[in-house]
Design a protein around this ligand. Structure first.
Ligand code: ADP
Length: 271
């Protein structure tokens, strides 16, 4: 536990993932205040000498708002097209805000099968390493044009863990619309309690996130647990925290008790 906190305090390479609900208003339009704060914090970490990678959802929502579509898109091609439209606008906003703090961003669109995909995995690693060497902040999203997993399951959580594995990150932070992992869904059970520390992905933890497959589409926590499992196996600490306050990132890095901390399998010595 103390070793993990020490590792987090000293973390050099940090992945931060934000969900759609964090960066958009209920209208579907971008929450510029939150994005601005998030960008300021990440830029400041970069100035501290840390390597930062942002994994962001939100392209479909932004595409929908751009096209003034009042209804939810129901077909996969419609969602893919809206993601393609929204992604450009999302990147434009990030690029503009990061530029205000002197940062250069890059866009990386991945599919989850990149891990263990031989040459493609090597290409992704090489690209990330070079972008980090250039001092650019990679902004990652699933390539929705050719992959529908994220569209179907809202699963940029697992993608962010895959990125963490690819770059051998020291920490993954998932910013969500909730304070962390509770022992049951707090939106359904008012007496749900926040779990501060998770040492292993036990049956109890899996149960807290719902057991049926359909929970993937609605719950949201199941994919975060899948991300935690991957991080656990690769010895990467992971934290789920509320994205309403991007300053939570500082608190986590200072070793404060924020959200839910997933302790990795064992401490790792980087080579
Ligand atoms: P985001 O896109 O911001 O990551 P998600 O909607 O994917 O958010 O996931 C967060 C949601 O997961 C919460 O708002 C909550 O309704 C739901 N949830 C289900 N089970 C739990 C649980 N055990 N602890 C916390 N949240 C849970």
């Amino acid at each position: 536990m103390t070793e993990t906190i020490d590792r987090i305090r000293a973390a050099k390479t940090i992945i931060v993932k934000v969900g759609t609900s964090t960066i958009t208003h209920p209208t579907g339009k971008l929450n510029l205040m939150i994005i601005e704060k998030l960008v300021r914090v990440l830029s400041d970490l970069k100035n501290q000498g840390k390597n930062v990678i942002l994994v962001t959802s939100g392209a479909i929502g932004v595409g929908r708002a751009k096209m003034n579509l009042n209804r939810r898109p129901d077909s996969i091609p419609e969602k893919q097209a809206l993601a393609a439209i929204g992604q450009v606008h999302l990147m434009h906003i990030y690029s503009k805000f990061f530029a205000e703090y002197g940062q250069t961003v890059s866009q990386v669109l991945l599919t989850k099968d990149v891990l263990d995909a031989g040459e493609r995995e090597a290409n992704a690693i090489n690209t990330f390493q070079t972008l980090i060497r250039y001092g650019s902040i990679p902004i990652v999203n699933e390539n929705d044009t050719i992959s529908i997993e994220q569209i179907q399951f809202g699963d940029n959580d697992t993608l962010s863990a895959i990125v963490a594995v690819l770059v051998k990150a020291d920490l993954l932070i998932l910013l969500s619309d909730i304070d962390g992992l509770y022992n049951k869904d707090p939106n359904k059970y008012p007496d749900a309690e926040l779990i501060h520390i998770v040492k292993g992905i036990t049956d109890e933890i899996i149960k807290a996130c719902g057991s049926s497959h359909s929970d993937f589409g609605t719950g949201g926590m199941k994919t975060k647990i899948a991300a935690a499992q991957l991080c656990h196996e690769h010895f990467i600490p992971m934290v789920i925290a509320n994205g309403d306050d991007p300053y939570n990132i500082y608190r986590i890095l200072e070793g404060e008790k924020v959200g839910t901390l997933f302790i990795p399998d064992k401490e790792v010595v980087k080579v």
